[in-house]
Design a protein around this ligand. Sequence first.
Ligand code: NAD
Ligand code: MG
Length: 393
Amino acid sequence: MRRVSVFGATGSIGVATIELLQSQGGAEAFGIVALTGGRNTDLLARQARALRAEVAVTAHEECLEDLRAALAGSGIEAAAGPAALAEAADRPADWTMSAIVGAAGLVPGFRALAHGTTLALANKESLVTAGPLLLAEAAKHGARILPVDSEHSGIFQALVGEDMAAVERIVITASGGAFRDWPMERLAQATVAEASTHPNWAMGQRITIDSASMFNKALEVIETREFFGIDPDRIEVLVHPESLVHALVGFADGALMAHLGPPDMRHAIGYALNWPARAQLPVARLDLAQIGRLSFSAPDPERYPALRLAREVMAAGGLAGAAFNAAKEAALDAFIAGRVGFTEMAAVVEDTLERLAGEGGLGIPLADLDNVVEMDRLARIRAGEVIAARSGR
Ligand code: NAD
Ligand code: MG
């Protein structure tokens, strides 16, 4: 029986993962080791009971009593906090879903690689902040990382049987987010509620806002570079409002292999769950005759400054990815809290990176996870200073 853990089980990706595990046999077919969540302890306990998990972990110590109460009589262990998340990742599993949002997902995913099995990686922040460390850890233990981001799953699928040496370019698509048709001058006034609705995908709030600002795509460009080991200048972003073509791989002979599918994460999750086989999945089938046409355009650099910042981060290398992600998370928190405007997020990230570069800390090579965690902490402090200076004005 395959032993499975799901980190971030109560989120958008996590719930879809649990649904697929259930549709493929649930507790009869999988030995569920750990399920983790945040404040939604009722949902976490229901998932753990339904799948007969060994342990359920909430990220928050103050939620432990609620989780214990919700699990009473089930025999399922309850635990809380970052150390408990890391301990849960140390329990051997054959397949681990990394679907915590943000830098908090790094340590559990990293620790799970030590089992030398499969890590299904939705947490793109892991690759952005610590890509080389993650890949080295996977190689050291003979573990496999399978991408769960839809674009990266699409690239991965387009590369089956291909030689990376023949790859000329990789194109990832972007819907353009909630504001792609808004006049530029209105963007500064965009509210949190407006930024939290995606035209095509139903996702967690943070990634939805990151889609509107294209910080999500910026992270994904870096994720592409790290995961596929391709030069940044061979990675392109294409605006594609329909979100049906997820990625394209261009080869030396001029062929362009596209991955198409409905905007439904159950495809990428199910692909990673059943790889290298393909299973019947409960996703819609595209009727291209009915869809009729697909449209594409180049992203407007003025509308989406995050894409330029991603290029600068890749050029800097080292700890710049960790700094970028942390500054982005801090700017997003500040936007959600009403402290900075929508278009100010990019300015906050840029100013933070400039300060850190001035202090000489950005290009430092990645030595270990502690470096990354320390840069994450420092970048949040610097971003906090930048935000305070701006919102004090
Ligand atoms: P979400 O906000 O819906 O869920 C996040 C999960 O992480 C929840 O289980 C939450 O309890 C947990 N969590 C939040 N903060 C935590 C912390 N500090 N410590 C431990 N656990 C914490 O997020 P999501 O949309 O499911 O995204 C999860 C990850 O997958 C992100 O990295 C995102 O970029 C990536 N991703 C998501 C989608 C999507 O369609 N939702 C697509 C591609 C990639
Ligand atoms: Mg994506």
